[in-house]
Design a protein around this ligand. Structure first.
Ligand SMILES: [Zn+2]
Length: 84
């Protein structure tokens, strides 16, 4: 299934976003790739959120959290990948 258009984001406080936070596009993997499937197809990236960009969320070091969607049945799920 086609990926969504990639959009890079700017924090509302204008602090620099130096991590991999974005909407759409292809997931950025830190350590090994993975695929979540629904309807026998890979799910599409809705957005990913890099710990580096949101220290106040207190995610583990160097972690990216992903929200994935199946556009056929409108199901979302989340996954995470950490380095090391
Ligand atoms: Zn589905």
């Amino acid at each position: 299934m086609d990926e969504l258009p990639e959009t890079r984001l700017v924090r509302e406080d204008r602090r620099q976003v130096g991590g991999e936070t974005k909407l759409g596009g292809r997931p950025t993997f830190l350590c090994g790739e993975f695929t979540e499937e629904c309807c026998s197809e890979p799910m599409v990236l809705l957005g990913q959120f890099d710990e580096l960009d949101f220290p106040e969320a207190e995610l583990p070091d160097r972690m990216i959290a992903y929200v994935l969607i199946c556009r056929k049945c409108q199901v979302i799920t989340c996954a995470a990948s950490a380095k090391g």
